[in-house]
Design a protein around this ligand. Structure first.
Ligand SMILES: Nc1ncnc2c1ncn2[C@@H]1O[C@H](COP(=O)(O)OP(=O)(O)O)[C@@H](O)[C@H]1O
Ligand SMILES: [Mg+2]
Length: 667
């Protein structure tokens, strides 16, 4: 019946083409004439739309989910009902889902990048009390094959599948990725999504999901009862430290799992860089060498809701046998109840016969002890503590940010160079002229004089408005992004951690002299903050960044009000370009690469409504938050995303191939 929808109109949306079918719904590409754009429209089948209670729940959940606004969450544009059909309208994404890329093991960096992006989306939603319940590869859309957009938040709940089966809050996900507690019909929290993300990681690195069987029911039973098949047995190339992370994400008892998705991502990032260092330093064959985590301390961090790096798991007594037995019995009863429903959502039923799972090995002894499957294994406090301890190694090592060698020194006299389009702003005699260039800490900085500027835009995203006037004291800002060569000095001094060596398309980037003056990438907020502090600078505030990019005339792009791809340091490319490669795109003060190349961390926390309450003088952003702001767009972004007013935000621990920064400094 769904096929007949092509050519029909739902609300204002003209349905053009089927994009795919899941267990619960069909997704179409549709045209929205009012805005002249294509959208994706997900149509739920009529049987979900029968009851009054369904309608109430659907509206409530859809509203909650539609409020989620995050760079790695697919935006919901609209939702509605027509006749007995309910539909949800989202951004249309070209480029497929993560599922299309699975089947063979991923490169570690790519897997880490995807996990980090999805984790930042999950932490953001979880902090607002929204559990996804169906984290799986087909719900991770990949824009340009790299930018992950998580979709279908809370859809299982929205569609009311759970209530139809058990009359309680049991969520139904997809068995191959479903946590044991969800499979048992127990209450789920954020750790259930962490488990599902762990399954995705397992599959990205081994090419298969951990539990495969002929029926959804037996897959679910395996999640609940069967020890994890060794990831390294499926793919011996997986480093031991990375395997530990997978194991900890997939512990059956949520109490022993990573408590937050971001904790999983950070542990994975550290395990990957640790393994890289171990394999690079051939002289030291031990994979146990502890890599320094990159969490420089800062007074600002004291206000953070969730510390960026902390012991993952408090030591905890293993669950009692009574609770386990009860859970297993409840689980099996509920399994029987949900079996029928699973058939409809069994999207990963594979036509081929199930591959026998590899045998459980010594390495998994750690995990098995922490599992709730009393029927299969007996919890042992010793081994559980060991499992916790080994996982802690990966993320609790915090280096001191104190420089062990002096950072580069400043030039004694300023070099004054007129900027390409010097500002006519009157400057007090004591103040350097707009666009003055001076070397501090080994890199060129440009001067942005004190005074007012126009911040924000009324023609961008809602978080860019209202347009308001801001006064800033004069400051210096790096002329370009911090480069690999500059960052390396901090690494050599022992004050910064060596970043991952690859870039989006290059295997050897950070360590490669060819790319010495390219932007350093895979930086998280703390890496950026730590480097700037080491070199005697600081991150720019969001307002400083915007003023440095657009000057005082409210222009949309650094060079003016007309978009010109020829002025970008890079546009629609595949990877980073040399820092400051296109002086034609300079900002009014001579700052380069303020549109494109890499996204740059700034100091502020993100709040979508900050501009409405921001102080007029030297705003520093909200006192606390979940995400930090980034500015400037990426190498593949188009004109809208490259505007000087565009605001991005990501979890402070996120490190990906397009995240860099530049520093600022007081006058
Ligand atoms: N916003 C979107 N843009 C483009 N394709 C999409 C979008 N949302 C979903 N799809 C495609 O539609 C398919 C079906 O989606 P869905 O009904 O959610 O089922 P599932 O997630 O189980 O695959 C997805 O696998 C994906 O290929
Ligand atoms: Mg989906």
């Amino acid at each position: 019946m769904t096929g007949t929808l092509i050519g029909r109109t739902l609300g204002q949306y003209e349905i053009r083409q089927e994009l795919g079918r899941g267990g619960m719904a069909t997704v179409y590409k549709a045209y929205q004439p009012s805005l002249g754009r294509y959208v994706a429209i997900k149509v739920l089948p009529p049987y979900h739309a029968e009851a009054e209670t369904f309608i109430a729940r659907f509206d409530r959940e859809a509203r909650a989910v539609a409020r989620l606004e995050h760079p790695h969450i697919l935006p919901i544009y609209d939702f509605g009902r027509e006749g007995d059909l309910s539909y949800i309208v989202t951004k249309y994404v070209e480029g497929g889902t993560l599922k299309d890329y699975l089947g063979q093991p991923f490169d570690l960096q790519r897997a880490t990048s995807i996990v980090s992006q999805v984790a930042s989306a999950l932490d953001y939603a979880h902090d607002q009390g929204i559990i996804h319940r169906d984290v799986k590869p087909s719900n991770v859309l990949l824009d340009h094959g790299e930018w992950a957009l998580l979709t279908d938040f809370g859809l299982a709940k929205m569609a009311g599948v759970s209530a139809r089966i058990t009359g309680s809050g049991v969520g139904i996900g997809t068995p191959a990725y479903m946590s044991p507690e969800q499979g048992q019909g127990l209450e789920v929290d954020r750790r259930s999504d962490v488990y599902s993300l762990g399954v995705i990681l397992y599959e990205m690195l081994t090419g298969r999901t951990p539990y495969e069987a002929d029926s959804p029911l037996s897959v679910m039973v395996q999640h609940i009862t069967k020890p994890l098949p060794s990831p390294r047995e499926a793919n011996p190339a997986i480093p031991v430290a990375v395997e530990r992370v997978i194991i900890k994400a997939l512990v059956k008892d949520p109490a022993y799992r990573y408590a937050r998705a971001g904790d999983l991502a950070v542990a994975l990032q550290d395990a990957v860089s640790k393994s890289k260092e171990a394999s690079q330093a051939k002289a030291s064959p031990s994979a146990e060498t502890v890599t320094k985590a990159t969490t420089p301390s800062s007074t600002r961090e004291q206000t953070r809701k969730t510390p960026p790096s902390r012991p993952v798991e408090p030591t905890k007594t293993p669950p009692g046998g009574k609770r386990i037995a009860a859970a297993v019995i409840t689980g099996i009863v509920i399994l029987a109840l949900v079996a029928a429903a699973c058939v409809t959502i069994w999207t990963l039923a594979r036509p081929k016969p199930a591959t026998p799972a590899p045998t459980f090995t010594v390495a998994q002894a750690l995990t098995a002890t922490a599992q709730t499957t009393g029927a299969v294994t007996t919890p042992s406090p010793v081994a559980t503590a060991e499992a916790t301890a080994t996982a802690l190694v990966a993320i609790t090592e915090t280096p001191t940010a104190t420089p062990t060698t002096a950072p580069p020194t400043d030039t004694p006299t300023p070099t004054v160079t007129p900027s390409p389009t010097a500002m006519p702003t009157p400057v007090s005699p004591a103040e350097p002229a707009a666009g003055t260039i001076k070397v501090f800490g080994g890199t060129e900085m440009v001067y942005v004089p004190s005074g007012k500027f126009t911040m924000g835009s009324d023609s961008g995203d809602p978080d860019e408005s209202p347009v308001h006037t801001v006064y800033l004291d004069g400051f210096w800002i790096d002329r370009t992004e911090v480069t690999n060569a500059a960052f390396q000095k901090c690494v050599e001094a022992g004050a910064c951690s060596r970043p991952i060596n690859s870039s989006n398309t290059r295997d050897n980037y950070y360590n490669n002299p060819t790319f010495a003056d390219y932007p350093v990438i895979y930086m998280n907020h703390y890496d950026a903050e730590g480097y700037c502090r080491w070199v005697g600078k600081r991150l720019p505030s969001e307002a400083e960044w915007e003023k440095a990019a657009r000057g005082t005339d409210g222009r949309a792009w650094p060079w003016g009000d007309t978009f010109d791809a020829g002025k970008l340091g890079i546009g629609r490319g595949e990877d980073t370009a040399r820092a400051g490669s296109n002086p034609a795109g300079a900002s009014p003060y001579g700052a380069l690469d303020m549109a494109g190349n890499v996204l740059e961390w700034v100091a502020d926390w993100y709040a979508p409504d900050y501009y409405a309450q921001s102080p007029e003088r030297n705003p520093q952003g909200p006192a606390t938050g979940v995400d930090n702001v980034l500015r400037g767009g990426r190498w593949w972004d188009a004109e809208y995303d490259l505007r000087t007013t565009r605001r991005w935000h990501l979890g402070s621990n996120t490190r990906t191939a397009y995240l860099g920064f530049r520093c600022a400094r007081d006058r």
